[in-house]
Design a protein around this ligand. Sequence first.
Ligand code: DX5
Ligand code: ZN
Length: 215
Amino acid sequence: MTKVSPSILSADFANLERDCKMVMDKGADMLHIDVMDGVFVPNISIGIPVVKSLRKKSDAFFDVHLMIIKPHLYAEQFCKAGADLVSFHIESESDVQETIDIIKNCGKKAGIVIKPATPAEAVFPYLDQLDLVLVMSVEPGFGGQSFMESALPKLKAISEEAAKRGLSDLYIEVDGGINETTGRQCAQAGANLLVAGSYVFGAQDVAAAIESLKI
Ligand code: DX5
Ligand code: ZN
């Protein structure tokens, strides 16, 4: 069954503790924490101090998505602040292997993220070392955008490659425009971890929305 990682970008930042607890109580498997630096993406969200503060209030698994230009400079700080998994963009300016090593040396899980224009094959050289591949199904930077179907063949290519290599524990995550319909398409294409921000936090019945993504 797919797992669900609600993006707290759509939470009420003045009530983050409350909203994080709420989605976990209503069936979320983990929390997706979007970090934006205003350079790699044209938006600024939250950073290390917020992760550190949230860690004191939550036992949830923190799935931290770095949308920053030089992730190797900050990955260790995010690990120490309480991230359980740190993913970073292959399109960033950091050396990919060095950044994976930094995260792994902290004893945390590591993931690579690809933007809509980046082919699935870009992650293949690193696949055996990774805990997660995140396929963006929108241009990173903002919640509430429409799902791009171009993510589907990429999810399929990654899941087939992972199966070929026997990587049964690899998280194949998709992020952007996920709802019941697009979530199902992604699950059919091979995703096993669905990020959803506006769909979950905007739902009348949050538990039902999360349940609808467990496919
Ligand atoms: C976009 C972020 C997403 C975003 C998803 O840059 O990485 O995690 O919050 O939001 P929805 O689910 O509303 O598209
Ligand atoms: Zn994200």
